[in-house]
Design a protein. Structure first.
Length: 181
């Protein structure tokens, strides 16, 4: 992300140019949606949370501290909103993932669909916090970036990510997944 452009857009927003928030939304909508989906496992819920994230970010723009990276601030809002939303939905069973792989081969499509279903069921067995740290790791963020977002030291990020991955692997193995196949 372009930190300099973020700061310019934030400054313009705070000076009354509300249109300057549009480019921020465009720059971050994919990442926010991705993190929300990885935590919530439902595209409609992730869309609702994504909208709430941008509304909250806009409303709190004046509280952003430019000494820190804006993307970390946005991700933190996205993770918190997703975790709060997940807590509200705790009693409601989550729907199956609607992701569908692109393929003309029906056998390959079936195998990919089955893999997604197994992964989706395994992810649902994790706590939302575990899904959150896996989501940030899957986004390709460095430990230091994840730590900045979650307010954790790098070592704690590394150990929590390791534990979440181990737990996911164990759940997948119990479901019949063979890591060596």
């Amino acid at each position: 992300m372009d930190e300099h452009q973020d700061l310019e857009d934030i400054r313009a927003c705070l000076q009354g140019n509300l249109e300057a928030f549009g480019p921020i939304v465009v720059r971050y909508q994919k990442q926010v949606m991705s993190v929300a989906y990885r935590i919530l496992r439902d595209p409609e819920d992730a869309q609702d949370v994504s909208q709430a994230v941008f509304v909250k970010a806009f409303g709190r723009l004046a509280s952003f501290d430019p000494r820190y990276k804006f993307f970390s601030w946005m991700y933190r809002i996205a993770v918190n909103e997703s975790l709060n939303y997940a807590a509200k939905l705790k009693r409601r069973p989550a729907p199956e993932s609607t992701d569908r792989p692109e393929s003309d081969d029906p056998v390959a499509r079936f195998e990919a669909d089955e893999t997604l279903r197994i992964l989706d069921r395994a992810m649902r067995k994790l706590k939302p916090g575990e899904r959150a740290i896996l989501a940030l790791g899957a986004e390709g963020l460095a430990y230091s970036q994840i730590g900045e977002i979650l307010h954790l030291p790098d070592k704690k990020v590394k150990s929590r990510l390791f534990e979440a991955r181990r737990k996911l692997r164990d759940i997948l193995i119990q479901a019949g997944w063979n890591p060596h196949a």
